[in-house]
Design a protein around this ligand. Structure first.
Ligand code: FMN
Length: 311
């Protein structure tokens, strides 16, 4: 077996260069520090921080998570410390970590996102990820990520004001994900990430009550993986900007499914709750796969799906 170095795993997401393709998914890894007792965070390709809003958010009432077949529903409600709290309490630690730090941002108006992105740029983070699955107050609460005009306006406004690598995180709760991938690319996104959670609901038939106080929530975990892989594949055929794939990744084979479908990098979400070292096991597994199959660069794997020819 050929001996390989860690440089084999390097990926270039345009201007955002990673030491390996494995990152954490926003909202499932806290502010990073919480996981530092389990493994060396410097091993990660990138650390993606939970969604940050301008003002602190308390989140939804409990119960706000429940288990479902091969997955979980959450309605955390984007609880976070707010911009000031993040800058003061979390950023100093993140500056000590020797990997890329990507901050997921959210707002209820275009101005909220622009302000947050500018502040993050000023603070020296490596990239921002737009969580577009938030209600747009001006449009009666319809999520930015499900309404093409608002989605485009948001990305263009942020792009105009910041030079940072800009990642747009697509919502799967749309009928044609390709349309949103195309708009993201045309409006100046450097990268797209997908998928966010799929809206779902679960009912306790004994009490006849919904299992979440919020009634509906976001479905994540292995249950959504086939949908996510399909969406990554559709986007890969549609746009030329790099793709970060996620949705139910628990193992290196799961991650490789996304990469073969067209992702340049992957993010692990719910998998961190099952085992806090899931990401490092995946990094090692991808390295082994490359050694065993004689592939020496990640770019040779992205989109390398072999589709059977139709008769
Ligand atoms: C508890 C929880 C909190 C999340 N918070 C955020 C968030 O703040 N911003 C965001 O863009 N996505 C958030 N997500 C979505 C994940 O980043 C990811 O897109 C989704 O869970 C699919 O990946 P997975 O199946 O590996 O968890 C959250 C997911 C979970 C389970």
């Amino acid at each position: 077996m050929k001996k390989r170095t860690s440089s084999d795993l390097k990926v270039d997401l345009g201007r955002l260069k990673l030491k390996n393709p494995v990152m954490t998914a926003s909202g499932t890894f806290g502010y990073g520090k919480e996981y530092s007792e389990f493994f060396d965070l410097n091993r990660l390709g990138a650390l993606v921080i939970k969604g940050i809003s301008l003002k602190p958010m308390k989140g939804n009432p409990v119960p706000r998570i429940c288990e479902t077949p091969s997955g979980m529903l959450n309605a955390i409600g984007l609880q976070n410390n707010g911009l000031k709290g993040f800058m003061k309490e979390q950023l100093p630690f993140l500056k000590t970590v020797k990997t890329k730090v990507i901050v997921n941002i959210l707002g209820n108006s275009v101005d909220d996102y622009v302000e947050l992105a500018q502040q993050m740029e000023g603070a020296g983070v490596d990239a921002v990820e737009l969580n577009v699955s938030c209600p747009n107050v001006k449009k009666g609460g319809i999520a930015f990520g499900t309404e093409p005009a608002a989605f485009e306006e948001l990305i263009r406004a942020v792009r105009k004001k910041v030079d940072l690598p800009l990642i747009t995180k697509l919502s799967p709760n749309v009928s044609d994900i390709k349309q949103f991938a195309r708009i993201a690319e045309d409006s100046g996104s450097d990268i797209i990430s997908l998928i966010n959670t799929i809206t779902g609901m679960s009912i306790n038939v004994k009490t006849r009550q919904p299992r979440l106080a919020n009634i509906t929530g976001g479905l994540s975990g292995p249950a959504i993986r086939p949908v996510a892989v399909r969406m990554v594949w559709e986007c890969y055929k549609t746009v030329s900007i790099p793709i970060i794939g996620m949705g139910g990744i628990l193992s290196s084979d799961d991650a490789l499914e996304f990469i073969l479908a067209g992702a340049s990098a992957v993010a692990v979400g719910t998998g961190n709750f099952l085992n806090p070292t899931t990401t490092t096991t995946i990094i090692d597994g991808i390295k082994d796969y490359m050694a065993q199959t004689g592939i020496d660069s990640m770019s040779a794997l992205t989109g390398a799906l072999k589709c059977p020819k139709r008769p």
